[in-house]
Design a protein around this ligand. Structure first.
Ligand code: PGA
Length: 247
């Protein structure tokens, strides 16, 4: 009942030349059995939408401001992302939380703005290594979830990505038992706050590669992945899409 989602996060990577990867990716998956999404740097969204052509691949931003417009030099609003061709936006990525001091309340405000503009918010949560070692992982992520979900969140306008901070870009991946424990707890926490909890997609993110994707996708309540480094080339991302199609 939950359509699976293979999402890429290009982060601060990608120039016009890299749009060749989108062509290669859409050519490799002309009629994907899962949803495909690339969250591009804002500079590339419009051109990526053009490069995608009629392919169902979706395009997202990586952050948005909570306001629709105004005197916020350097920021990008949800209506701007939508206007450029985005259907999704990542909010609350741990790099934003760490580098820009974003709180759960900030993330909820951004998700609200995203939804108000018709964008699907991909809300990221995840514990640090210190929090995991202190036995706090479950409490941290369920607290982040409750604090970051906007009022009015539905299964249609919200995706949740569990991304342990210590697994992002490190090559370290939690065990499948650890992922199952967190995803199960997140599903449970969603039931407390939303009627559509069963239909919300829960992604895992953090060092997902072609080589470990199938194992991760076999975990209960994992509905796809949010992939950083391995989303930058079609060669690396395509096997992840295939693993999700086969899950
Ligand atoms: P990674 O990043 O796949 O490079 O670990 C994941 C993310 O930050 O979304």
């Amino acid at each position: 009942m939950r359509r699976k989602l293979a999402a890429g996060n290009w982060k601060m990577n990608g120039l016009v030349d890299d749009l060749a990867q989108i062509k290669a990716l859409t050519d490799a998956h002309p009629a994907p059995d899962v949803d495909m999404l690339i969250c591009a740097p804002a500079t590339l969204i419009a051109q990526m939408a053009w490069a995608r052509g009629p392919h169902p691949m979706q395009i997202g931003g990586q952050d948005c401001h909570a306001a629709r417009s105004g005197a916020h030099t350097g920021d990008i609003s949800a209506p701007m992302l939508r206007d450029a061709g985005a259907s999704h936006v990542i909010v609350g990525h741990s790099e934003r939380r760490a580098d820009h001091g974003e709180t759960d309340a900030d993330v909820a405000a951004k998700a609200t703005a995203a939804n108000a503009s018709g964008l699907i918010a991909v809300i990221c949560i995840g514990e640090t290594l210190a929090q995991r070692e202190a036995g706090e992982a479950l409490a941290v992520v369920t607290g982040q979830l409750r604090g970051s979900l906007p009022e009015g969140a539905t299964a249609a306008n919200t995706v949740v990505a569990y991304e342990p901070v210590w697994a992002i870009g490190t090559g370290k991946v939690p065990t499948t038992d650890q992922i199952a424990e967190i995803h199960g707890a997140l599903r449970h926490a969603l039931r407390d706050v939303m009627r559509e909890a069963e239909a919300v997609r829960l992604l895992y993110g953090g060092s997902v590669k072609g080589a470990n994707a199938a194992e991760i996708f076999a975990v209960a309540d994992v509905d796809g992945a949010l992939v950083g480094g391995a989303s930058l080339t079609a060669e690396d991302f395509s096997p992840i899409v295939t693993a999700l199609e086969n899950a």
